[in-house]
Design a protein around this ligand. Sequence first.
Ligand code: NAD
Length: 408
Amino acid sequence: MPQQIVKRRSRGFICVNAHPEGCRRNVERQIAAIEGSSDASLPPVPGETFVPHNVLVIGASTGYGLASRITAAWGYDARTLGVFFERPPDDSKTATAGYYNTVAFDEYAKRDGLFAAHLNGDAFSDECKREAMALIRRDLAPLDLVIYSLASPKRTDPRTGVVHSSALKPIGQPYSNRTIELDSEKVVEVALPPASEKEIADTVAVMGGEDWRMWMDALLSEGLLAAGACTVAYSYIGPELTWPIYRDGTIGRAKNDLDNTALAIREMLAPKLDGRALISVNKAVVTQASAAIPVVPLYLSLLLKVMRRKGLEESPIEQMRRLFADFLTVNQPIESAGADEHGRIRLDDREMREDVQREVAALWPEVTTENLLALTDFAEFRKEFRNLFGFEVEGVDYDAPVETDVSW
Ligand code: NAD
């Protein structure tokens, strides 16, 4: 395909195309953030700390998974396998952002002599797991770190063939609150009916821990995990303001299931490998997954404003640098490294600070369509969202033609 000029195309708020050069810059910036880290514990002292050498990241092409993979590779020289589900380019369409992110990841990994393998497929399927196992056995075994960072609207159960679709709804009673209607950029009242039992079960089937467990079962039974191997999945809790739709809603049920799965995997790994299974509760950030949750865009627009003003804001790469440096590679029980009473790593500590949440809650009822840009950081939210697709990225000439038909 000849080079072409790529302008952002949107359906409502969502971008339906992606800019390869913008995506490359995003990846480059994240690598630079890790390489330029002044963090004393990066890189860790060999022998005294847990150093991940061989890392599998499931959900590795965008958001927290991509940031985890970059941290492992450029922070610790780890060999990585990334699993993700992204659309390649074709004659009429650009690829998805996660695809171009991976092209860039691969390019920089080759430049820096880092081993990187990629698997583009449905991580929920047996076939993808089989392919991953073969690849790991050949190039990456034994794994010492497995990051589970999938966010998906649906999952086909590999045993039954049933397609489960998640529903982001409250449980038990209807919920209404203000939100930003992203397509019209208006502040509106949203009313959500409570989820049915089936919707709750479906959401747990998609975003709960069953698939994580299947991955870990397969890796353990095939002997592909190192002694002391660690696995981490990501969760979110958030403030009371969002609990009816998040923590106490369908997605919260799925995250509870993920918590329980961590315990089950821990029991499975501990006796055989002295391995660990952890939950990291991350900060709310702008990703394709989070923008889809009702109420979250308004919450994030306010949170960005408050946290930026206080100098507390962190991007996914900064969160992941902290996860690795302060928790994963520290050779002490997770409790003494600062886990909560349920043994979860809390990277949301700054977001959950009392003063931050007090200010967000005070601004919340004041926001209207008219003062949206003044009172909140919606402009930054929108920019960060477009950045995810490689648009409005600093330093990119959007009038210059780019090659869209690229691969790793
Ligand atoms: P994201 O949308 O940026 O990334 C999702 C990843 O999953 C992508 O790499 C995508 O390709 C991959 N994926 C989706 N379906 C797949 C499939 N069937 N097979 C293989 N790969 C598939 O999402 P994110 O926001 O980074 O979320 C990752 C995790 O972090 C989720 O568990 C989420 O709940 C959690 N989390 C997110 C936030 C937030 O604010 N974004 C906060 C805390 C925790």
